[in-house]
Ligand binder design. Structure first.
Ligand code: COA
Length: 194
């Protein structure tokens, strides 16, 4: 197992982009969070509880996410529309190591396919590299998650490996596509291994 490197942060930053904003999650995000996590693609490709409830959302935003920031184990942002501040999805950094972390993203079904994931992840990657000094970011997509693979590649990630049973979804092993993005190049690495 890789050594973890905690990155505690006291105040969640607000990161403004042209088409999306990254901000702290709030209680009025609960209905949108529930809808996004009950979505079929989210249930299939993200380890959210099945039949996600309001209580699940409240536990996530009152406990899981603040604990992650305070303890430094995860930096999770709300992705919001800058026009009305409505929640479109969530994005975050997880599994911090000395100079790397994993990127996670879940965009709600109503906001997919129009560049929201790309814009949110670009802001997150800038924050990770410029703000936290990370040098490499990793992306784990369950094998078959072609939307996630396409998004990662659009962001410049390179597919490194297909790893049997590397992740778990509700107790069951899941095969993973592992991709990486090096801050040194700022774009795709020279070649794919698969
Ligand atoms: C994966 C996900 C984050 C993509 O977000 P999005 O906002 O729809 O992505 P974008 O609109 O920025 O599109 C990014 C790229 O992905 C492609 N893409 C998006 N949805 C796709 C789909 N269903 N099938 C194939 N490609 C898709 C886009 O065409 C674009 O690629 P291009 O530049 O080559 O055209 C979103 O579908 C999602 O949250 N899905 C459910 C949860 C999930 O799978 N999270 C990722 C876990 S690793």
């Amino acid at each position: 197992m890789p050594e973890t490197s905690l990155r505690p942060v006291a105040v969640v930053p607000l990161i403004e982009g042209e088409t999306v904003r990254l901000r702290p999650l709030r209680e009025d995000d609960v209905p949108a969070l529930v809808e996004n996590c009950r979505d079929e693609q989210a249930r299939r490709f993200v380890p959210v509880p099945l039949d996600y409830t309001e209580d699940d959302a409240l536990t996530f935003l009152r406990r899981t996410v603040p604990d992650g920031w305070r303890e430094g184990s995860g930096h999770v942002f709300a992705v919001a529309d800058p026009a009305d501040d409505v929640l479109l999805g969530t994005v975050g950094l997880h599994a911090f190591r000395a100079t790397t972390a994993d990127v996670g993203v879940n965009i709600g079904p109503a906001a997919r396919g129009r560049g929201v994931g790309t814009a949110a992840c670009r802001l997150l990657i800038d924050y990770a590299v410029e703000g936290l000094g990370l040098r490499t970011l990793y992306w784990q997509a369950f094998v078959g998650n072609v939307a996630s693979l396409a998004l990662a590649r659009r962001l410049g990630f390179t597919l490194h490996a297909e790893l049997p049973g590397f992740a778990a979804l509700r107790g069951e092993p899941v095969d993973v596509w592992l991709l990486g993005l090096s801050a040194r190049t700022g774009g795709p690495e020279p070649r794919e291994k698969l």
